[in-house]
Design a protein around this ligand. Structure first.
Ligand code: ZN
Length: 155
């Protein structure tokens, strides 16, 4: 039943992509939408919030098939707000991350530490400290991203 619903919604999204122009498709984040639908469906038997989101997003997608509605700005906004809301639930509750998440987090941590390191240990040479910090941050972040991908945790 649920799988049928997922397939049905995927098909609608595919149709939608075929009918709207690229700009609209990007605004509606159709690819992300498709991934989120699948995630929600897989969590929905154990998580009431996901189940509710699954229903809400499904309804919204069906509404978007009404062409005039898909083109209205406030509908984009509403749609994106819902996607953002759902993404944050998936990240917080189900430990999913966006692609490149760790890379950006660890690079900025590395940058911050690098400044301190440069000042404290390298005779105030913050430039070396920063490049060292960023280098380490990149290495750790990239590894964690690969790990998350292997575990299938990328949203
Ligand atoms: Zn959930």
């Amino acid at each position: 039943m649920k799988n049928q619903r997922v397939d049905h919604l995927s098909m609608i999204l595919k149709d939608l992509r075929g009918t709207v122009d690229e700009k609209v498709a990007a605004k509606l984040e159709l690819d992300k939408c498709n991934r989120i639908i699948r995630r929600l469906s897989s969590f929905s038997s154990d998580c009431v919030v996901c189940n509710q989101h699954f229903l809400d997003l499904g309804e919204q997608i069906i509404e978007l098939t009404d062409q005039s509605k898909a083109r209205e700005t406030h509908n984009y906004k509403q749609h994106r707000r819902l996607l953002g809301f759902i993404s944050s639930h998936l990240m917080k509750q189900h430990k999913l991350v966006t692609n490149g998440f760790y890379l950006s987090v660890y690079t900025s941590i590395g940058l911050g530490l690098g400044v301190g390191l440069g000042q404290a240990l390298l005779n105030n040479n913050t430039a070396i400290g920063i490049s060292l910090g960023i280098g380490i941050g990149l290495a750790i972040g990239a590894r964690l991203d690969v790990k998350a991908k292997k575990k299938g945790l990328i949203l």
